[in-house]
Design a protein around this ligand. Structure first.
Ligand code: NOJ
Length: 767
């Protein structure tokens, strides 16, 4: 009888007999690196990590040839066609030859069933494939981009959005998403800031965990949960000059204090996979980094899932100048305990020879295969390889009405109101003639932002369509594009028409910003200007004298100083996904009172970057009257809008900042409370933020660090007391030897609506 014809469970109960359990003790395995005549021997022990289904995994492993094993370590991509994903003939043959462990960019029940059948029916062992996709902010129902979602400061909300994305993607045959991106992003020139939760380590951590919990749920065996991926390990967001894939050269202190905490939290949240970063850290490409993967991830943190490389990242160690050739690259990656190769085909082609020559051990290969098989068991694929691919479930689940309703709620809560002079917003019903002007005014494509998975433009509500649905009866809305949405097309032919429309309207909604591919991967910029001729359009429309509400859509902060000085209102909408127009209309008409706050410092000018809020004070703090102090002579030090900033249609007053203790020991804690009153006319949410600063320490400390936050809802006139519990352990920092420490001394405590407008108090850490 052929094994492939056995139903999964039965197969494995048979296979379990006689299987060899992997050793659980660490065993050093030598391998050799030859550089010319010089021979360096590196003893890299295999990191034996615990398996969740050890007997089952070993029973399969025992049957596999080395070629079949390395096939499991290979991940290739489906292509895109008008009709949906397709797989090339070459890759289909590879599945049949057991040369793939999974396929990414593979989704839809039809496509996944098709590929899974090849794996199950045409290979000797019938080991099922994993199907993966970049479901970053929604599968078909598209939620706001991650940077926008983070502006809600509401991780529970985003956990629910991730649950929905998991339900949809799992119903489309998927087992695995390459999210969350946990790269702290201090530099908005870097296009991938849009995929992050901004510049702050705590927010990246909280949102990362929320996304992992949302996608993975409580039990990966459930049919509406899929594996998450913590990416990109590590420090990818620190690319020099914000140029994507560029060198990272930061101190180990910065690595550990700023870039690693979210990844550590991901391990603690039981994320099942990690992805390597493209960049090097301290001269070593991440994908071959013994330090990052063996030392930190496996030894120190005990990560027991599997590690996938980023796209061709093993091969890229050659142009990095780190690996001599493909075999060497494969050796370095596998010995760093990187388990799966995305798109390089190097593990597949090189590992058999490397095992034969002893440069990698078969035990190391076995460990990598085991980790991947373990997850296939965890997902139930050996019980039924087709269990995720069910036509009925797909039809019932994709774009459910409750998902669309929730996408609207998230979109509304992601919007950040940056300016609202003389209460121009919310719009009054007396504005009978409304002009929507700008290249993003009637756009259904770009509003999805970077990574739109299975999103389709035709599903998305444009700003024009959303406003048409929302305006009071008798309102006349007209649209003029004005200028194209392009970085290099400066055509201004449409400006006259737009100006005429503005001149005869009561108010202009001016929708400006970037196209969706101007941020995201490989979309770094050296200026943050409004692309193309949009600044000309802005100035021309403003010159008509008609009040202007600028709605900005972009994946990063743009240079909007001119607009900030001249237009009446600025609404930062990022990319809001499927319900874009409905959400913006709801805010413009006051049906939703905006509450989003920035999770990055909005630069005044690109030359300030990096300008994160958690700076040091320096020995010559800025003094406008003293030349020789730390400042620019042609621009302020401060950002245009500080971290944590965002307006509401109401106002909030802070009072009574109180500390339950003024002295705490290093293992103590205290309660910090503050009264917040809604002193305006609208009910609304406020995000109350807690920062601290250790005034003197053996290693200088940032002027502020976010320690906690709480989002509250207040009716007009209502006051709530917000309480934060602060444990002294939250205040530790790394000493000169990089050990966690909390030295005695004064800690200032700041509470407020953003990092720059805070009340303060202080406490003392005692022995
Ligand atoms: C490259 C990107 O860096 C990564 O984030 C993504 O998951 C992979 N491509 C797969 O699409």
């Amino acid at each position: 009888m052929e094994l492939r014809n056995l139903p999964g469970l039965l197969l494995f109960s048979v296979l379990i007999l006689g299987s060899t359990l992997l050793s659980t003790s660490e065993k050093p395995v030598g391998y050799e690196v030859y550089e010319g005549k010089e021979q360096i021997t590196t003893n890299t022990p295999v990191r034996i990590t615990p398996l969740r289904h050890p007997e089952k995994v070993d029973s399969v492993l025992a049957l596999m040839t080395l070629e079949e094993k390395v096939g499991q370590l290979n991940l290739l991509s489906s292509g895109f066609a008008e009709t949906g994903p397709t797989l090339s003939e070459e890759y289909r043959e590879m599945i049949g030859e057991a040369k793939l462990g999974g396929v990414f960019n593979a989704h839809t029940v039809e496509h996944t069933l098709d590929l899974q059948r090849i794996a199950v029916e045409e290979t000797r062992l019938g080991i099922p494939l994993l199907f993966a996709f970049d479901v970053i902010h929604g599968h078909r129902t598209i939620f706001p981009v991650p940077l926008a979602e983070a502006s809600t400061w509401d991780p529970d909300l985003i956990k629910k959005a991730s649950r929905i994305a998991a339900k949809e993607s799992a119903a489309a045959g998927l087992h695995w998403t390459f999210t969350p991106m946990l790269d702290v992003s201090p530099d908005p020139r870097w296009g991938r800031i849009v995929e992050s939760s901004g510049e702050d380590p705590l927010l990246n951590k909280r949102f990362g965990v929320a996304r992992i919990e949302g996608f993975q749920g409580d039990d990966l065996y459930e049919l509406d949960t899929i594996m998450a991926t913590a990416k990109h390990f590590a420090a990818y967001g620190a690319a020099e000059a914000g140029r994507d894939y560029n060198t990272v050269d930061i101190s180990e202190r910065t690595l550990r204090e700023i870039h690693l905490p979210a990844f550590k939290a991901a391990v603690d949240a039981d994320v099942r996979t990690f992805m390597t970063a493209f960049n090097e850290y301290d001269g070593v490409p991440a994908t071959g980094s013994d330090y990052l993967f063996n030392k930190i991830l496996r030894d120190d943190w005990g990560f027991d899932g599997f590690v996938i490389t980023d796209y061709t990242a093993i091969m890229e160690m050659i142009p990095h100048g780190y690996a001599r050739d493909e075999a060497h690259a494969g050796e370095l990656a596998l010995n760093a305990n990187v388990d799966m190769d995305m798109m390089s085909n190097i593990f597949l082609n090189e590992l058999p020879g490397l095992v034969e020559s002893g440069r990698v051990s078969e035990e190391q290969v076995d460990m990598a295969v085991s980790r991947i098989l373990d997850m296939k068991f965890e997902l139930g694929l050996f019980d039924d390889p087709y269990r995720y691919s069910d036509y009925d479930r797909e039809a019932e689940t994709i774009m459910r009405q409750d998902f669309l309703d929730f996408a609207l709620e998230v979109a509304e809560k992601s919007i950040v109101l940056l300016k609202n002079e003389n209460n121009l917003l919310p719009l009054s019903d007396s504005a009978k003639n409304i002009a929507i002007i700008g290249p993003l005014g009637d756009n259904q494509y770009d509003v999805m932002g970077s990574w739109s998975a299975a999103g389709e433009s035709s599903d998305n509500v444009s700003l024009l369509a959303g406003l048409r649905n929302a305006v009071p009866e008798g309102t006349n809305i007209q649209f003029s594009e004005g200028v194209p949405l392009s970085l290099d097309d400066h055509s201004a032919d449409g400006i006259d028409e737009a100006v005429n429309l503005a001149a005869e309207s009561d108010v202009v909604i001016l929708a400006l910003g970037e196209g969706r591919h101007m941020s995201g991967e490989a979309a770094s910029r050296t200026t943050l200007n409004l692309p193309g001729a949009q600044q000309d359009l802005l100035e021309a429309v403003h010159a008509t004298g008609t009040p202007v509400v600028m709605v900005l859509m972009a994946g990063r902060p743009l240079d909007i100083n001119w607009a900030n000085e001249n237009v009446g209102a600025i609404v930062n909408a990022f990319y809001l996904g499927t319900r874009t127009g409905d959400a913006i209309a709801s805010v413009l008409y006051g049906n939703h009172n905006p509450s989003g706050k920035l999770t990055f410092s909005w630069p005044y000018t690109v030359g300030q970057i990096p300008n994160v809020y958690y700076q040091k004070k320096t020995g010559r703090p800025i003094d406008p009257d003293q030349r020789y102090t730390s400042k620019f002579i042609d621009a302020p030090n401060d950002p245009l809008f500080p971290f944590g900033y965002g307006l509401s249609y109401t106002s909030f007053d802070y009072s009574n900042l109180t500390l339950s203790e003024t002295e705490i020991s290093r293992d103590g804690h205290l309660t910090i409370s503050v009264d917040v009153t809604n002193s305006g006319d609208f009910a609304g949410h406020e995000i109350v933020q807690l920062y601290t600063r250790k005034m003197v320490a053996s290693v200088t400390q940032p002027v502020r660090l976010l320690r906690d936050f709480e989002k509250i809802f207040l009716e007009p006139g209502e006051t709530k007391t917000v309480e934060f519990t602060l444990n002294a352990s939250q205040l530790t920092y790394l000493d000169q030897q990089l050990n966690p420490v909390l030295e005695p001394g004064i800690v200032k405590v700041f509470v407020g609506p953003n990092v720059s407008e805070t009340m303060e108090n202080e406490l003392e850490i005692i022995q």
